[in-house]
Design a protein around this ligand. Structure first.
Ligand code: SF4
Length: 468
């Protein structure tokens, strides 16, 4: 998963992008980059590994003058965490300098790349996004707008993009609409961001969220809606609402906070915990869910776990024997809230189960009489091929164990997963309503063909790794 940000016609655009990327830091912590374009069309870039704060300072931003910029924060799978894959991608083309920031993952990039390599193309990274750059640069279409369209009609999968070509900023969302992208207005200019929380931070007003298939360009201070990309069934990523997006964002025209509260309410209806005395979240993504659970069930909401916000991206993993210590680096229980009580712990999802097992052990060690775990999504049974770094099927506890086996493994008194129907309804899809969400990692119902090579190469080959 990634965060992307684009600026057009705003002075000191790189500084604005820097602020915007701060608001999108939760979408990717492995690298950060900004490309800025000045009024003469001169393009300058800076990319580096790590957080936005680790990569940019006043001096660095001063070296990125211009009124246009694109920025990117990247999250990658382990095999492809290298500077060469940091974005924005950047290349000189016959239509001018091109910079591209991508959120999502393409499912046919490996096939397109093999073709391009056969034709003599040289790749400088193993990121699938570079395939889009090559396709744009090589297109025979008559105009830059059509060159980009030509490229986007060839790729399949998930992409929300901000692209600069010369002094034009483009933004596009694939026709299935997997990942969010919002357009904002700031003074005489425009800003495009993965989530509206980034527009809020820079003081931009929200113009609209780009719809699936939207393709726009911003030039000379005006937005033009170009012909939409070829339509496909809409399958927005429901996990954005469950876990990834910030609760203060509007995503897919829904308030993330509101959806998460509703997920919690639905969870309390589907899996009540009779006799429970307190409910608390695994902070932070589950906070609103725990609020909803408490409101629906009448069980008192407490802060039972405190999260340490200063844990860096990398710390040396202790041995398995020190699992609780590993969890405790991130969370610590409030003994006064927990001791002697029957507690409900609300979390958004369960991936491998290791962290939850450590958490449960910690909560029991703090004196909980009973621990009831409630999850605001169904069991995750398959990997994501659209830009979320879920592990392979074999590593997913929901794919390999029954709910009862998971309950025993985690050591909880009861375990309740929200149903698929309950999750989709809370996210805004009514019964009998046309599908509007991708839920493949829960249901196995993938909205695109998944080539066998992609499954095989998902973690082995950097190209196929979810990078965004
Ligand atoms: S497979 Fe899961 S995480 Fe991936 S896009 Fe679909 S719902 Fe989102």
């Amino acid at each position: 998963m990634c965060g992307i940000f684009g600026v057009a016609n705003v002075p000191d655009a790189a500084r604005l992008a820097y602020l915007g990327l701060y608001a999108l830091q939760h979408r990717g912590q492995e690298s950060a980059g900004i490309v800025a374009i000045d009024r003469d069309g001169t393009t300058r870039s800076h990319r580096g590994m790590g957080l936005v704060s680790e990569n940019f300072n006043d001096q660095e931003l001063s070296r990125l003058p211009g009124d246009m910029a694109v920025g990117h924060t990247r999250y990658s799978t382990s095999g492809s965490t290298v500077l060469a894959n940091a974005q924005p991608c950047f290349a000189n083309t016959r239509c001018g300098a091109l910079a591209l920031a991508h959120n999502g993952n393409l499912v046919n990039a490996h096939l397109l790349k093999a073709d391009l390599v056969r034709q003599g193309a040289i790749f400088s990274s193993s990121s699938d996004s570079e395939v889009i750059v090559h396709l744009i640069a090589r297109s025979d279409a008559a105009t830059p707008d059509e060159q980009i369209r030509d490229a986007l009609e060839q790729v399949d999968g998930a992409y929300s993009l901000v692209i600069t070509l010369g002094r034009t900023l483009y933004a596009a969302v694939d026709s299935r609409g997997f990942r969010p992208l919002a357009l904002g207005r700031l003074g005489d200019g425009f800003v495009v961001a993965s989530e509206t929380c980034a527009l809020d931070l820079v003081g931009a007003s929200v113009v609209c969220e780009l719809a699936p298939g939207d393709f726009i360009k911003i030039e000379d201070g005006a937005v033009t809606h170009l012909r939409r990309l070829s339509p496909r069934p809409v399958t927005r990523c429901v996990f954005e609402l469950v876990y990834f997006a910030r609760p203060d964002s509007m995503v897919f025209n829904e308030s993330v906070d509101k959806v998460r509260r509703e997920l919690g309410r639905a969870l309390a209806r589907e899996h009540p915990a009779p006799g429970a005395e307190v409910v608390f979240s695994v902070p932070d993504s589950s906070n609103a869910m725990a609020l909803g659970f408490a409101a629906e069930s009448g069980v008192a909401l407490e802060h039972g776990l405190i999260r340490n916000h200063y844990v860096g991206r990398t710390f040396i993993n202790p041995t398995q024997a020190l699992r609780i210590a590993k969890v405790r680096i991130k969370f610590n229980p409030v003994r006064e809230v927990i001791e002697g009580k029957s507690v409900v712990v609300v979390d958004d999802s369960l991936v491998r189960g290791n962290t939850s097992k450590g958490l449960v052990a910690m909560i029991r060690a703090a004196g909980a009489r009973e621990v009831h775990l409630r999850l605001g999504s169904p069991p995750i049974t398959g990997p994501c091929h659209y830009g979320i770094d879920t592990p392979t099927r074999e590593e997913l506890i929901g794919a390999t164990h029954s709910v009862e086996e998971i309950r025993q493994y985690l050591g909880v008194d009861s375990l309740g997963y929200l149903s698929l129907e309950g999750m989709l309804a809370a996210a805004g899809q009514g019964p009998g309503q046309t599908e509007r969400f991708c839920h493949a990692c829960f249901s196995g119902d993938y909205p695109t063909p998944i080539p066998e090579e992609l499954v095989q190469l998902r973690h082995a080959a950097p190209l196929a790794g979810a990078h965004a």
